[in-house]
Write a new protein. Sequence first.
Length: 320
Amino acid sequence: MTKVGRNDPCPCGSGKKYKNCCLTKDRAQHLRESAWHRQEQVTAEKLLAFAQRQAFQRQLSVAFDLFWNGRYGVEGWNLLDQGEIGRFLEWYIHDYRLEQSKKRIIELFLEEMGTTLLADELERVRTWSDSYISLYRISKLQPDTISLLDVFQDTEETSAGDSLGQLGLVGDLLLGRLLHTSQPAHFSWAAILLPATVEANLVSSMTRAYEQYRERYVEASWLEFLSRSSYLMNHELLRLGAETGRVRKSRGQYYDASDTVEQLREAERRLRERAAQRAQEMEKELEQQDEEEEVPLRKTRGGILLPGHVEYKGSIELKK
């Protein structure tokens, strides 16, 4: 977005200088936006703290492996960069359904903490609870807004012209959660920018998965499917990253999963090493137990075997 100087012509087309026309209004809008950004950050931190309670630790590990399509344990968590951990946590809080209750973290947060929230924050969390991750194609770029098309539901959306969207070109993709807690709506902080070249792969893989989902849930809509299965798009990005290796980055603002693929492979390698080491340690422990538990056998002159150090005049110790 081009910055407008105070003495430049106003972008609204009035013919006046910017300082004599829309500058005051734009500054007020910027202050309002800064305020709700800060408010959303506070709410997000509350949700994050709630999600990392001890009661959810096992589910956090299960969800981590589901999102990254493997078994990585603590090694994967330690190796991934903070941006990728953040993308996972945003999905985990809003979309992952716990095994026993089948509820999402954000739903449990509303049940337990809703009465402690002010009206504005309560409405914000409720709106977030209705959100979902989808794939959006940029159809038009304006100075303050971005026109989008949800490629799965074929619906048009408008989002704020934030920095991520402004890095893209018409035809590029935004994968993320569109939040309707502002006018226009805006993407959550975990959204990523993708090149137009990956659209066919993502649409094809998700369409196949949606058809399989509808074999079980015949009336399921794209909205229902996305709210439950958006992690599958992450699987496809990982697959593409593994196939292409380290993609040549002519425009570095695009998300590239190849680094994450390498980090996850390293996590798997470390897990294998730890498993092999534990197996060796257990084998040694078993051998040591066998040696400690082994007792000599004594045989009487009549041929009867007696365990242990039995003192019997007519017995002889068997040689091994």
